[in-house]
Design a protein around this ligand. Structure first.
Ligand code: PLP
Ligand code: COI
Length: 341
């Protein structure tokens, strides 16, 4: 199979239509058998639930070319499970886990020419999503849904790759305490746009969202969880019921403990203790682990000792180990890697 002629080392985090995507429709209480299609357009009724009341959830995962030339995905079972949790919260029917995994395999295989080569720095981003396709005018769940899964080759999420980011503590809230912050619903991202455009216009790379109830604890950013490293080398991640349970974060905490022999702790992280940490990073499928050099809290600058030039030592080790596992240069824990080709 011949790869597409792309400048793999210089692609950004943008959408590019690839050859095939997977579609399955839910009607009359059941999912149809689903198939691959070349059509990148979605045609739905003007009154579809997604268009009126935003009944939608999605996932994000990546396919990698490993050192030996295989194509693999990283813990897709966890994406399947999280999508089922999101669907439940949004009163949508679950898309079964085995079907989700089968759709991932089919899309990756059909677009193998788009999977960036090993060592290129790029990966194939997979975007499964599900939305209300049936008409609803009163506020209620739709009776019809569509599941789709497309892919697009991507480079780093943040321009500048591994250059440390500057964040600001947002005046806006992302998720309510008993709301939808813990699921991957499109509405959470629509909510965050005003805040992210405001932060970008003020020259920041991203927002730090805090807990809306007390505004005293760190939650997450619009698209990634936080990891902090203490001055004694412990890895700390914020605990909250309104942040998305990041698969990358859960994997990095395991890597920190079992591969790097570090102490790890998930606990509430106060804004007032940020200046005590040695390193800070944002973690997610798109972000991988992106170092943070500085957080500005309304004029108060918190500069992490790792600085604005390089990743901190622990962040670097976490990054190297995780990407080594994903690219097949470091042995993965049982069940983390699903070989497709
Ligand atoms: N937090 C938010 C709000 C996200 O959108 C994402 C991206 O998926 C993450 C965290 C990271 O999650 P994961 O590591 O599962 O991609
Ligand atoms: C991901 O990391 O997969 C996400 O969905 C985050 C999004 C902001 C791109």
């Amino acid at each position: 199979m011949e790869k597409k002629d792309l400048d793999w080392g210089n692609i950004g985090f943008t959408y590019m239509a690839t050859d095939k995507r997977y579609v399955s429709n839910y009607k009359g209480g059941a999912w149809d058998e689903g198939c691959l299609t070349s059509d990148s357009n979605v045609v739905i009724n003007e009154c579809a639930g997604i268009l009126q009341y935003c009944q939608e959830c999605f996932e994000g995962l990546k396919a990698y070319t490993t050192e030996d030339g295989s194509i693999v995905t990283f813990r897709p079972d966890l994406n399947a499970e999280r999508m089922m949790d999101s669907a439940e919260q949004l009163k949508m029917p679950a898309f079964p886990k085995e079907r989700f995994l089968e759709a991932v395999d089919q899309v990756v295989k059909a677009n193998a020419a788009w999977v960036p080569p090993f060592g290129s720095g790029a990966t194939l981003y997979l975007r499964p999503y599900m939305f209300a396709s049936g008409p609803v005018i009163g506020v209620k769940p739709s009776e019809e849904y569509q599941f789709r899964l497309f892919c697009t080759p991507v480079g780093p999420y943040f321009k500048g790759g591994a250059k440390p980011l500057t964040l600001c503590v947002s005046d806006f809230d992302r998720a309510a305490p008993r709301g939808t912050g813990h699921v991957k619903a499109g509405l959470n991202y629509a909510m965050s746009l005003y805040a992210s455009v405001t932060a970008h216009s003020a020259g920041y790379d991203e927002n730090v969202f805090v807990d809306p109830a007390t505004r005293s604890c760190v939650e997450e950013t619009g698209g990634a969880n936080f990891l902090f490293v203490t001055r004694t080398g412990e890895v700390v991640t914020p605990q909250s019921s309104s942040i998305l349970p990041s698969i990358t974060r859960r994997s990095l905490m395991y890597v920190a403990e079992h591969y790097l022999g570090l102490k790890v702790k998930e606990r509430p992280v106060k804004l007032s203790e940020l200046s005590e940490f040695a390193e800070c990073g944002l973690c997610g499928t798109a972000a991988v682990i992106s170092p943070v050099g500085k957080i500005v809290d309304h004029g108060n600058e918190i500069c992490f000792p790792s600085g604005m030039e390089e990743m901190g030592d622990v962040t670097r080790k976490l990054y190297d180990t995780l990407t080594g596992i994903q690219m097949g240069t470091i042995k993965a824990p049982e069940g983390w890697i699903r070989k497709i080709v």
